[in-house]
Design a protein around this ligand. Sequence first.
Ligand code: RM4
Ligand code: MN
Ligand code: MN
Length: 447
Amino acid sequence: MPLHSRDREMVKMTITTKETVLETSIIEAVNAKKSAALESDYQALAEKLARQDIDIEQLTARASEFCIALPSWGLGTGGTRFARFPGIGEPRNIFEKIADCAVVNQLGQATPSVSLHIPWDTPQDPRELLQYTQNLGLSFDAMNSNTFQDQAKQAHSYKYGSLAHSQSAMREQAIAHNIEVIELGKKLGSKALTVWVGDGSNFPGQQHFGNAFARYLDCTKEIYAALPNDWNMLLEHKIFEPAFYSTVIQDWGSSYLAATEIGERCQCLVDLGHHAPNVNIEMIVSRLSQFGKLGGFHFNDSKYGDDDLDSGSINPYQLFLVFNELVDIQNNQQSFSPFYMLDQSHNVTDPIESLIYSAAEVQRAFVKALLVDRGALANYQEHNDAMMAQATLKSAYNLDVEPILQMARLRNAGAIDPIMTYRESGYRENCAKARPVDANRSGSGIV
Ligand code: RM4
Ligand code: MN
Ligand code: MN
């Protein structure tokens, strides 16, 4: 069974794209210029792999099936707490974000679903949004609730927390919001709720650790009770920010404890940027999955903290090592199929380009992990041959699988070179005309 986001293989097979945002002739024209070189690179790689008894066609099929969800909040230019420098033609509402997602998927063919953030993306008419999204060949992945920010006309503030707040009125409000997100997600065909809270403290003594965690558990249990039977609840841990001294769900240990207390369909979500520097994330992946609690990922990269940089841009070897674990788990647990999502902030690049490129980087890590000679690795581990064990991983990692990714895209009617094709399409320039800048838009802060 292929490794991919839950039910995504089915989604890819059953959804027929009724409309495309870009003219298919644009993609075909650029592909035509690149296909001869691809054929020859692919053939050379096929021969090289055949010498290792690896069938390139099987790898290409697995690459084609690979899917990762797009974050709706990653389509506009991001920013830091200092400033945001918007680009041209940014999406102004959820429909325009979906159109941009469709472009990402049309070119890259690895991202057929979108993860929504509520209330940022709350539609007036969910049915209209669903129809629009399906017409573009996309579906909805996990829903995200937001109790880390106050909204206009909200009765109670989340300044001092939400699900772990010391006062019940705020907790009740946060529970109700999460249940509303589930209700909306049901209408949109989602199958999961991701809960990340900013709850925590900025000073020693500010918050009673145990009591705050107990309140969080009580509240998440109430949310879990409202979850449909075929849904998962994903708990996302994060070491710091916005709380800088302690956070209620600060690490995978707290996340595991909470998920275990809450129920079977409650699992942990690993955001790659949410750990202290140098933490061995691939080992967390192994630990959580061994006990059935690894539910999903937010892929991104980081240098210092929750930087939300493009996946694979800083430490592609770590990404590969994460997938090395995932492939290993998949080989041993056939039903294992976590949610894969990107969670990035694109501050200096065109978000569409970053998302296409990042999805391909994650897909690349997956394909390389498939190349690991697992029999040999097990043997080296058994005999404590540290040199050859690490060399086995490196030899898979060092192989250039780009022709496989390109061929997978070409066969799915995507672009051999998606970034170049995107630039030639003039999509962003057209958006700049069609989406005049909203004068009221904020120039600072996140998203
Ligand atoms: C958080 C966390 C959540 C994301 C928000 C915007 O740091 O990563 O997943 O929804 O940022
Ligand atoms: Mn995240
Ligand atoms: Mn984050």
